[in-house]
Design a protein around this ligand. Structure first.
Ligand SMILES: NC(=O)c1ccc[n+]([C@@H]2O[C@H](COP(=O)([O-])OP(=O)(O)OC[C@H]3O[C@@H](n4cnc5c(N)ncnc54)[C@H](OP(=O)(O)O)[C@@H]3O)[C@@H](O)[C@H]2O)c1
Length: 334
């Protein structure tokens, strides 16, 4: 049995991780932390865990927690996370960071988009971008994994085969993405209140969302990315449009996607002519992708769905943990 801890366990990703970890046969949760609710039972904050996880929340204390944790998940806000990553790494503990602090290779880009000075730019070189479908081999030997963003995971997986084939005309990719409200975390902000979000639909961060540089970093080209707030609890649907750089048939496009994701347990390319929906992936670690051409035949239309708390966060973090600790990749996830 391996011991792991969840730092920032009272939020949405922390809670989801605890649920995934409970289903994993090879790990035990040693500590779950909270600054504001230390001393309370985890189940006070995540009521579905009552009778299933009898842990009392403790403050984040790397000296204590590293004594009986081989790996920690950081489920903290960006700009807060990197400093804790450093403390745990210095104590010999492996780290999977769910925040954005270690995802961008360029410190300049991080400081531009997150409008803060990076406390440990040296860690950017050490962090492996935790998208197993792209970096599986590197994740296996990693001490520090930067778990990708939810929009980024969905957008990258959906566009990647087309880009790798060289079939997307440079600069033509448009990603129109929609996320459920849990994507914003458990914070209290008027836009995310029930009466504001329910029965409503809106675009936000139209002139620049923080997941844009991450998507461009991994796709290796400039894209247009517009996120929307969907009045559902969880799930992301991203429609990727790209002008084709050569003439291909819908059949060829579909075959390329099927080939690219052959053998990938958590990415399912739907049958030709089929497009995915949120309910198929909610509460799972799966990404479903539908592939087609527009009627003129010059534009690929690719639709991907994930659960922002599953493949977009906690599920993927567990998939990465399995690789880092040497478990079968799908343990606790299938
Ligand atoms: N939500 C998603 O769909 C999603 C998907 C992918 C990645 N992420 C990323 O994952 C991270 C966590 O997201 P979330 O949605 O779980 O957020 P959340 O629901 O707002 O939870 C944040 C957690 O961080 C703790 N925290 C907040 N401020 C802190 C501070 N200054 N110092 C120490 N702890 C602090 C909170 O603990 P207490 O208040 O109890 O002390 C809470 O446990 C974020 O970086 C987010 O961008 C989120």
């Amino acid at each position: 049995m391996k011991n792991v801890s969840v730092i920032g366990a009272t939020g949405y990703t922390g809670g989801e991780l605890l649920r995934y970890l409970l289903r994993h046969p090879g790990v035990r949760v040693s500590h779950a932390t909270s600054e504001r609710s230390a001393g309370q039972k985890v189940s006070v904050l995540h009521t579905d865990l009552a009778g299933r996880l009898d842990l009392t929340l403790v403050k984040n204390d790397p000296d204590k927690i590293s004594k009986d944790s081989g790996l920690v998940f950081l489920c903290l806000p960006h700009a807060e996370s990197a400093a804790w990553a450093k403390k745990y790494l210095d104590r010999g503990v492996k780290v999977i960071d769910l925040s954005a602090d270690l995802r961008l290779a360029s410190v300049k880009s991080y400081e531009k988009w997150y409008k803060t000075t990076h406390p440990h730019p040296e860690l950017l070189k050490k962090a492996v971008y935790g998208l197993p479908e792209l970096y599986r081999a590197k994740i296996k030997g990693a001490k520090l994994v930067a778990n990708p963003g939810c929009y980024s995971t969905t957008s990258i997986l959906t566009a990647l085969p087309l880009v790798k084939k060289g079939w997307a005309r440079k600069g033509s990719i448009v990603i129109d993405a929609k996320s459920g409200v849990s994507g914003a975390g458990r914070k209290i902000e008027s836009r995310y209140l029930f009466c504001e979000a329910h029965e409503n639909f809106l675009a936000y961060a139209v002139t620049g969302h923080r997941h844009l540089p991450e998507i461009e970093q991994e796709l290796g080209q400039s894209v247009t990315f517009v996120p929307h707030l969907l009045p559902v609890n969880r799930g992301i649907l991203a429609t990727v449009y790209a002008k084709l750089s050569k003439k291909i048939s819908a059949k060829e496009l579909h075959a390329a996607y099927a080939e690219f994701y052959k053998g990938e347990a958590f990415v399912k390319v739907l049958d030709e002519g089929k497009f995915p929906e949120l309910k198929s992936v909610q509460h799972t670690n799966y990404c479903h992708i539908g592939v087609g051409l527009d009627p003129k035949g010059d534009t690929a239309v690719l639709v991907g769905v994930t659960d922002n708390l599953g493949k977009g966060a906690a599920g993927q973090a567990l998939q990465n943990m399995n690789l880092v600790l040497g478990f079968k990749e799908g343990t606790g996830l299938e």
